[in-house]
Ligand binder design. Structure first.
Ligand SMILES: [Zn+2]
Length: 199
C-alpha cells in the first residue's frame, strides 16, 4: 500500500533534468541522475544547475541525497539560485542548427586523468612509507573525462555560454547575469543557473 502511487496530479519530470545531469562523471556518481535535495528535485553537471519543487513531479525511484555530505555544496548553490532575483525578461536566442547537437557537445573526450596523470595510481605518503593506490578519480583507468571544449558560444549581455545549455532554457521567462560569470534563470517553475565560459 503506497499512498504515492496513482496520484493523478504528479507530472513526469521535465526532460531538462535529464539533459542537465552528468551521466558519465565517476568522480561524483550522485549527479549521474536527477536527485532529490530537500524539497527540490535537482540536476546538475556542474556547469548547469536546475531545480524545482519536487512535490509537483513524480519523483518515485529518484534518490534523495539531502543528507549526503559529499554534495553538501548543492545546498549553497540552491540558496544562491533562490536568492538571486531574475527581473530581466528573457528573449529566445536563435541558435544555429549546428550548435545544438546537444549530446555531442556534452560528450566527453578522453584525456589523461589529472589526478594520477594517466598512471591509474596515486601515491600516499605517511611518516614511514609511500604507498601506491588505485586512483579513485579515474578508477585506475588513467583516463580523465571532460566536456569537450566548444568554440561556439552564445553571447548574452557579454557573457559567453555553451549553446546547448541556452537551447535547454530558451523558453525561460526571466534571467539575471551575475558578475559576468553566471546566468540565473526562471522558466515556469524551474529555477536554475548556467556558468559561462571564463575565457
Ligand atoms: Zn586517475
Amino acid at each position: 500500500m503506497s499512498p504515492q502511487q496513482n496520484q493523478p496530479d504528479l507530472e513526469p519530470l521535465p526532460e531538462i533534468f535529464y539533459h542537465a545531469c552528468d551521466p558519465v562523471f565517476n568522480g561524483m556518481p550522485e549527479i549521474k541522475r536527477p536527485f532529490v535535495y530537500g524539497d527540490n528535485i535537482v540536476a546538475t553537471d556542474r556547469s548547469i544547475f536546475v531545480a524545482a519543487n519536487k512535490n509537483r513531479y513524480d519523483v518515485s525511484g529518484i534518490l534523495d541525497h539531502t543528507k549526503n555530505k559529499k554534495i553538501s555544496g548543492v545546498g549553497r548553490v540552491l540558496q544562491e539560485i533562490v536568492s538571486t532575483e531574475c527581473e530581466k525578461p528573457y528573449s529566445p536566442v536563435e541558435i544555429p542548427e549546428d550548435n545544438i547537437r546537444f549530446m555531442e557537445y556534452k560528450s566527453r573526450t578522453n584525456h589523461r586523468c589529472p589526478e594520477c596523470e594517466g598512471s591509474g595510481k596515486v601515491e600516499t605518503h605517511t611518516k614511514y612509507s609511500t604507498y601506491k593506490n588505485t586512483c579513485l578519480r579515474c578508477e585506475g583507468t588513467g583516463i580523465g573525462l571532460r566536456i569537450e571544449h566548444v568554440n561556439e558560444a552564445v553571447c548574452i549581455d557579454g557573457l559567453r555560454l555553451n549553446p546547448c545549455y541556452i537551447y535547454l532554457i530558451n523558453k525561460a521567462d526571466k534571467y539575471h547575469i551575475k558578475e559576468k560569470l553566471q546566468l540565473f534563470f526562471r522558466m515556469s517553475d524551474i529555477r536554475g543557473m548556467i556558468c559561462g565560459y571564463r575565457f
